[in-house]
Each structure stands twice: as structure tokens, then as C-alpha cells.
Design a protein around this ligand. Structure first.
Ligand code: GLN
Length: 485
């Protein structure tokens, strides 16, 4: 097996033993990029020279036995909505096509200070608005398992890069499923932490009350390694929680004996692909046979999640995206009559169709006369959804659920039908509305395409989510198979 296909945990061990150098891993990853990027298009920008320089620094620290962190020397891809000083940050949009931020996002700063090597910036749905990476101004990313299918979105570039060996781990972001969905569709592991766990400073806002930065990797342990670096309070983000997280990697391995796991009854209904349903129920019984106590729970307001989410997310987006007016940064339309026309042309040329649709929807939901009927109602539904989870977590320690109602779909299949595209998020958005941590983990293949399972936890209890994930990974054999070869 080539270096670019190994887990970060294994590579970190080899680096520490002096058996390989970070430069070798970077060479291997960029060789793979050379081979596969043309058909996959996981990246918007890559940077070989800068990566090699960072690898050399990591190698000399490793040689002196002073690596900066567990991620030292590990090639890491960064979603293109996280600000990076060394590379343009486009958010998948024409309006930021040539934008080079003057600072690094906190999550980026932390992995760089931890000695990670940044391979490049990954493709994404424009401003995170989409579930397939098809709304990117730079063209879609394709699923590494089959290029006729989407990789999921909006962090489709990050998930595809990890799945294809074009990066070892990646940063993604999740507003309504954008880490979990592409992780499921690409057959990798992705974790969206609790709202407030990771600083949003330098993350270009989509919907600020829902956005969260997280990790994508080939194993639960790899995700935990990345999370342990990026989590923690940041005075630059007032919503980042002053809660300590001592993520001891060993605690992942505590097993699941006696752990209570819930299956939300409302999630296993019509509309869920029976093949996905069978796999998840199979996973539940595997966990049960190995000591977990599985029971059905109820999330009675689950049916309101999609409408609440698409009102709140678009309302916040309409306000957040008001800043792109051609004045301060980014694209500006030329040859205009006056300032008003400059605003109009800049925005109509700079944003894509889906982003415009959301701005209009959100502006409408917030407008006088409709505010109570839409935005306020959605906030009320959000409170009920959160309460459902609180009640469920009185009875169980974590929940398992589908990530998506179906398997990866074909490129173009849902692009003309926004409602169909929104429905793909039916199992992921509630978690963001409630601010909970959740992970997607591979749970099988159908017709050569991967399916994922979701593990949801109590606020700030990433540890249990990781523990269940790790136990399942071991039982399912996914982790061990990768380690062997
Ligand atoms: N697909 C959802 C949306 O379009 C979620 C996207 C995300 O999490 N950024 O809003």
C-alpha cells in the first residue's frame, strides 16, 4: 500500500520511528494528485512547493524528536472556506475567485502550528450551499469510487481528497451536513463537533448559528487526532465555548459495553433506501451483540427539521452575504454607471444560481410581515427539535441514524430540482439545529458505492461519539483491514 493510502495514525507512528519522512508522504500524495485530480477535481488550489517546505520543517523537528503535535508532517487538505494567508480562499465562488485573506483561520493556524503540511484548498459547493459539490463556480468534484456520481457536499473536495489518497486528512465544515454527507458518499470518516467546540474565526460565514469546523479522515482515530488539535476556546470567536476537551486517544478504545444506544423511530420510515436501512440496523445489532444496549427512541419533531433549517440557514445567509458588494473585497463588476449598478452587477455576476436563490428566500423569510410566519416559526421548531434530543439523551448515551436517505446520486440528477437536493439533508440538519456533535462512518457498499452511518452525541460529548465509532470500525473490520496492508 502506498504512503498516500495509509491512515494518519500509522504514518505518525512511522514518522516517529524514523522509518519514513514527511517528504516521502508529501511526494506520494502529490503523485496521486497528478494521477487522479484531473478526473476527480477535489482541489481548487494546490501548493507543492509550500508543502515540501513545511514537510522539511516537520522532518527536522521529528529528527530532533520534537514534533509539534500528533499531526506533524501529515499532509492535510483544507476546505476553501477557511481563510489561509498562503493561498487564495474562494469559498467555491466567483465573487471570491482571487481573494487572498490577510490572516489564517484559527483551525488552520492550529494545524499549521501543529506541524501539519497543507496540500491545498478543496472544492466545495458555493458558500457551502449544496449537497453535491455541483454548485461550485470551479466545476463539480466527482466521487472517487465512480466518477459518474457526486461525492456529496458541501465539503465534497475534502472527502474525495481523503478517499482518493490526495490527502491523508482534511478540514471540512458542516452547517447542515456538509462534513457527514460527503464522508458517507466517499466512504471516509467525518466528524462535526458540538457547536462552539472549534473556533469559527476565519471560517467564511454561511449560517453563523449552525456553522462548525470539523475533520475528515480514513479512521475514527485520524479524525480524533485532527479534532484534538483544532478544538478549544478562542477569544476571537465569542461563540467558541470555554470548555476544555482532553481528548485522550486511548479513551476511544474503552469499548461500548453497557453503553445505551438509541435508534430514532422517525428516521427509519418511508423514503429511506431499504438497503441503507438494512445496513444501519445490521450495525445496530452488531453493536448490541458486543455489549451495547440498543433501544428505540422518539424524536417527534424530526419532520420539521428540513423546513426549519432551510428558513434559518437562508435567513442567516442573506444577512451574512450582504457584505459582498464589490467594495471591500472580491470580484467587482466593471464599467458601471453608478454605485447602485455596481452593487447589482457585482452580485448578479459574482454569485451563482443556488446562492441567489438562498439570498432571496432568506430575505423573504426575514421581511416585515413574514418574519413571524417564517423565521420565528422556524426558531420555535428549532427549540422543539433540540428538546427532542434532550429527552432522548435522558434515555440513551448516543444515537445511531442514517446520514442520507439514499446512496450517492448521479451528477446532474438533482441539479434542476432544489427541493430534491434539500431532502438529501433530512437526517443531518437536526444535529446542526440542536448544536450536537455527530459523525459519519462507513458501514458498507452497495453497487460499488459507499454508505455511511451517523452517530450522534450529547453536547460536548464527542468522546462517546468517537468511542462508538471506533468500536464499530473495529467490529466491522474497516480499520483493521486498512492497517494490515
Ligand atoms: N446541504 C446543506 C445546505 O445546502 C448543508 C450544507 C452545509 O452543511 N454547508 O445548506
Amino acid at each position: 500500500m502506498e504512503l498516500c493510502d495509509q491512515t494518519a495514525a500509522r504514518l505518525a507512528a512511522l514518522l516517529r520511528k524514523g522509518e519514513i519522512r514527511s517528504r516521502d508522504i508529501v511526494e506520494s500524495v502529490f503523485r496521486r494528485i497528478g494521477e487522479r485530480e484531473e478526473s476527480i477535481h477535489a482541489y481548487i488550489s494546490t501548493g507543492y512547493d509550500a508543502a515540501m517546505k513545511q514537510a522539511e520543517e516537520a522532518d527536522s523537528a521529528l529528527l530532533k524528536k520534537t514534533p509539534a503535535s500528533v499531526l506533524a508532517g501529515i499532509p492535510t487538505a483544507v476546505k476553501d472556506n477557511l481563510c489561509t494567508r498562503q493561498m487564495r480562499t474562494t469559498c467555491g465562488s466567483r465573487i471570491l475567485e482571487n481573494y487572498v485573506p490577510p490572516y489564517d483561520a484559527t483551525a488552520v493556524k492550529r494545524i499549521m502550528e501543529g506541524g501539519a503540511v497543507m496540500t491545498g484548498k478543496t472544492n466545495m459547493d458555493e458558500f457551502g450551499m449544496g449537497s453535491s459539490t455541483e454548485t461550485s463556480f470551479f466545476g463539480p468534484t466527482r466521487n472517487p469510487w465512480n466518477p459518474e456520481f457526486v461525492p456529496g457536499g458541501s465539503s465534497g473536495g475534502s472527502a474525495a481528497a481523503v478517499a482518493a489518497g490526495e490527502a491523508i486528512v482534511a478540514l471540512g465544515t458542516d452547517t447542515g451536513g456538509s462534513i457527514r454527507l460527503p464522508s458517507a458518499y466517499c466512504g471516509v470518516v467525518g466528524i462535526k463537533p458540538t457547536y462552539g467546540r472549534v473556533s469559527r474565526y476565519g471560517l467564511i460565514s454561511y449560517a453563523s448559528s449552525l456553522d462548525q469546523v470539523g475533520a475528515i479522515g480514513r479512521s475514527v482515530e485520524d479524525c480524533a487526532m485532527v479534532l484534538s488539535l483544532i478544538c478549544g476556546h478562542d477569544p476571537r470567536d465569542t461563540t467558541s465555548a470555554p470548555v476544555k476537551m482532553d481528548l485522550v486517544l486511548e479513551s476511544l478504545k474503552k469499548g461500548i459495553k453497557g453503553l445505551r444506544i438509541g435508534l430514532p423511530a422517525e428516521y427509519f420510515v418511508e423514503g429511506l433506501d431499504p438497503r441503507v436501512k438494512d445496513m444501519i440496523l445490521g450495525a445496530a445489532s452488531l453493536l448490541e451483540r458486543n455489549g451495547a444496549r440498543v433501544k428505540e427512541v422518539s424524536l417527534p419533531h424530526a419532520g420539521h427539521a428540513i423546513s426549519a433549517y432551510y428558513l434559518i440557514a437562508t435567513a442567516e445567509a442573506s444577512s451574512n452575504l450582504a457584505r459582498y458588494d464589490g467594495v471591500k473585497y472580491g470580484f467587482r463588476a466593471e464599467e458601471v454607471r453608478d454605485t447602485l449598478q455596481m452593487y447589482e452587477l457585482t452580485r448578479s455576476m459574482g454569485f451563482g444560481r443556488e446562492v441567489k436563490r438562498r439570498i432571496m428566500l432568506g430575505t423573504y423569510a426575514l421581511s416585515a410581515g413574514y418574519y413571524d410566519a417564517y423565521y420565528l416559526k422556524a426558531q420555535e421548531a428549532r427549540a422543539l427539535i433540540r428538546r427532542d434530543f434532550d429527552k432522548a439523551f435522558e434515555q440513551v448515551d448516543s444515537l445511531i441514524a442514517p446520514v442520507s436517505p439514499g446512496l450517492p446520486f448521479r451528477l446532474g440528477e438533482k441539479m434542476d430540482d432544489p427541493l430534491q437536493m434539500y431532502l438529501v439533508d433530512v437526517y443531518t440538519v437536526s444535529v446542526n439545529l440542536a448544536g450536537l456533535p455527530a459523525m459519519s462512518i462507513p458501514c458498507g457498499m452497495v453497487d460499488g458505492l459507499p454508505a455511511g452511518m451517523q452517530i450522534i452525541g450529547r453536547p460536548f460529548d464527542e468522546e462517546t461519539v468517537l468511542r462508538v465509532g471506533h468500536a464499530y470500525e473495529q467490529l466491522n473490520g474497516a480499520g483493521s483491514k486498512k492497517e494490515e496492508s
